[in-house]
Design a protein around this ligand. Structure first.
Ligand code: CP3
Length: 341
């Protein structure tokens, strides 16, 4: 099978010759060639806004390791910026968004945008990557999930406890719902643009959704997730939902209607298969920290994960979250030698 064919078959739970594989944050700081491109451009957002640089770093891990799918180099904070938030990245701090959205005026100031106009750089980067990959390898587009994006807008930065977000959800559920609605309204045309520009599949990153209990997620988040997933599927592309810390949410997440659930390393593969494996394809779930072990250990861990999912109809190998910046290259190479064999 060709890599793209293999990847799309697994998304649809159709038979494959071996599990397709890619890794979250595969274009990133662990790669010396990424560091070199970044040093030339000056910064992360500069790379995102430069289609040739974004296409280049998207392709770097494919050239080095030959994964089945490329994931376009961009960020989940691009749509909130296009909606009117000021977004910057500060060294050692992470993303900073201003002004923090805490009231009705703040929510109503966020506007839907024309993706071709406001995020044309992404469309161009996708077309450049598509023309390089041809039809051989899959290309994944993405956006942030409504809760995760809302939490950045409300907190104004990365957060540990999400105090302001949860306080708004509980005390002003209507306003919180309107914020999530606006995020979904803006995300749907943005995802459609990505498919039009060459993306084969779409991943929705709900990185912080695991901070919510299942009852709250079901009541306040699930309706917005369903609308996002169903709307994204209308493009014809399969949709992957990723949520870090998802063990208590597997059944709720299956109800989003996603084609694929991407699960973190704390979820037991056999349990995930038993609980939701007949309804959705699964992606994951090697602990990214395992890659700090020597190559032979990494090989063993990768085989263990592949074997654990051997009976899952529709399985995509991945990490349980993004690869960490200081991951040793020899271990990453050992991983891909093992998984792509
Ligand atoms: O996976 C990929 O290779 C595709 C590109 C991608 C990036 N961010 C590039 C990036 C994707 C899919 C994302 C998603 C993203 N962005 C998420 C969800 C995924 C997850 O890890 O849970 C989140 C929460 C963000 C917001 C964000 N962007 C954070 C918290 C950071 C880290 C800030 C820091 O100082 O390290 C970023 C920056 C970022 N996004 C980098 C990359 C490669 C690092 C940029 C750099 O310093 O070179």
């Amino acid at each position: 099978m060709q890599p793209r064919e293999r990847f799309l078959a697994a998304c649809r739970r159709a038979p494959v010759d071996r599990p397709p594989a890619w890794m979250m944050r595969q274009a990133g700081r662990y790669l010396p060639e990424y560091q070199a491109t970044r040093a030339k451009l000056g910064g992360f957002l500069e790379m995102v806004h430069d289609p040739r640089a974004a296409a280049e770093v998207t392709l770097q891990p494919i050239r080095r390791f030959g994964m089945d799918a490329a994931v376009i180099f961009c960020d989940i904070l691009v749509p909130p910026a296009a909606m009117g938030a000021q977004v910057r990245f500060e060294k050692g701090v992470g993303p900073l968004l201003a002004p923090a959205v805490r009231d009705r005026i703040g929510v109503q100031a966020l506007q839907a945008f024309d993706p071709a106009q406001a995020t044309g750089f992404l469309a161009e980067a996708l077309s450049l990557v598509r023309s390089e990959l041809g039809t051989e390898r899959a290309l994944i587009g993405f956006c942030g999930a409504p809760f995760t994006v809302a939490s950045y807008l409300i907190e104004g930065r990365s957060s540990r406890n999400f105090e302001h977000s949860k306080a708004m959800l509980l005390s002003q559920p209507e306003l919180f719902g309107e914020l999530l609605e606006r995020i979904v309204d803006a995300s749907l045309p943005y995802l459609a643009m990505q498919v039009e520009a060459g993306a084969d599949a779409l991943q929705v990153f709900d990185s912080w959704g695991g901070t919510l209990d299942a009852r709250t997620y079901r009541e306040h988040i699930l309706p917005h997730m369903r609308r996002l997933v169903t709307g994204a599927q209308a493009t014809g592309a399969p949709v992957i939902v990723y949520l870090n810390g998802c063990d208590h949410l597997l059944e709720v997440l299956a109800e989003t209607g996603a084609d694929v659930l991407s699960i973190d390393w704390r979820v037991d593969p056999a349990q995930a298969m038993a609980r939701v494996g007949e309804r959705v394809a699964l992606q994951g779930n090697l602990d990214p920290t395992a890659l700090f072990a020597p190559p032979e250990v990494v090989e063993h861990e990768a085989r263990r994960v592949l074997e654990a999912f051997a009976d899952q109809k529709g399985y995509i190998f991945n990490l349980g979250s993004g690869i960490l910046p200081k991951t040793p290259l020899e271990s990453v190479a050992a991983l891909w030698r093992t998984v792509l064999r």
